[in-house]
Unconditional design. Structure first.
Length: 230
C-alpha cells in the first residue's frame, strides 16, 4: 500500500505542477513507471485508484487521461463515500448542510437572474396539489439544486450535491411519517424564494436555515424515539 501511495503522490505532483494538465494524456505505462522510479504494478494500482475518484480516465485501447478536474466530477468521490454511511449518521450531514446551504442561498439571492428566479417559481407552481412522496422529494431536491447552482460557486454547489444522499433519505422519511409535510415544505420553499426575489440575502439565509433545521430537528426526535424503543 505504501508503494501505491507513493505512486499516487507522484502522479498528483505532476498534475499540481502543471506537467499534466486537465485533458492531457499520460505517457505510456512503461515509460512513466521508469521515469517515476516505480514498478509497473504499483503504477497500475495508482492509476486504478485515481480513476475511481475521477482524477484519471482510463480509456481502453486509447490510454489514460487526466479528467477535466471540474469540482462536480471530483466531488462524486465524496458522494461515493457518503453513501456508505448508515442512517444513524445522517444528522452529521444535515448539520453540514445547515451550515453551508443558507450561505449558498444568500449568494443566490444576489446572483440569480430575474429569469432564473421566475423559473424557480414555475418549478414550485408545477408541484401537484396532492403529490406523492417521490414527487415531493424530487421537487425538493431540484429546488435546492437550482439555488445552490445559482450561488455562482461551483465548488460549494458540488459539495452540497455530494451530501444530498443521506439528506435525500431524510426527506423521504419526513414525507412518510410527518403529517402536513407537503404543506410545510411548500410553504418554506416559497418563503425562501420570496426573500430571494426581494433580493434580501439575510432573510433568504434565515429562511433556508429554518427550513433545514426543521428536517434536522425532526430527525433528531425520530432517532431519539427509536433509541427509546430499542
Amino acid at each position: 500500500m505504501a508503494v501505491t501511495d507513493e505512486a499516487i503522490t507522484k502522479i498528483k505532483q505532476m498534475i499540481v505542477t502543471g506537467e499534466l494538465s486537465p485533458g492531457s494524456k499520460l505517457p505510456r505505462e512503461a515509460d512513466l513507471a521508469e521515469r517515476l522510479g516505480l514498478s509497473r504494478n504499483s503504477l497500475r494500482e495508482a492509476v486504478k485508484a485515481l480513476s475511481l475518484i475521477h482524477v484519471l480516465d482510463v480509456r481502453q485501447g486509447d490510454g489514460t487521461y487526466v479528467t477535466s478536474l471540474e469540482p462536480n466530477l471530483l466531488m462524486g468521490a465524496m458522494e461515493f463515500v457518503v453513501d456508505f454511511h448508515q442512517d444513524d449518521t445522517v444528522l452529521n450531514f444535515l448539520e453540514v448542510r445547515r451550515i453551508l446551504e443558507p450561505a449558498a442561498t444568500a449568494a443566490a439571492a444576489r446572483a440569480m437572474s430575474d429569469e432564473d428566479l421566475a423559473a424557480l417559481q414555475e418549478h414550485l407552481d408545477a408541484l401537484p396539489a396532492d403529490p406523492s412522496v417521490d414527487e415531493l422529494v424530487q421537487a425538493d431536491l431540484e429546488f435546492h439544486r437550482r439555488i445552490v447552482a445559482g450561488s455562482g460557486n461551483p465548488v460549494l454547489a458540488s459539495l452540497l450535491d455530494s451530501i444530498a444522499g443521506p439528506t435525500h433519505r431524510a426527506r423521504i422519511w419526513r414525507g412518510l411519517t410527518q403529517q402536513r409535510a407537503t404543506e410545510r415544505t411548500n410553504r418554506e420553499h416559497r418563503q425562501i424564494l420570496e426573500a430571494m426575489r426581494a433580493r434580501q440575502p439575510d432573510v433568504a439565509h434565515a429562511a433556508a436555515t429554518l427550513h433545514i433545521a426543521g428536517v434536522e430537528e425532526w430527525l433528531r426526535q425520530a432517532a431519539a424515539a427509536g433509541n427509546e424503543t430499542d
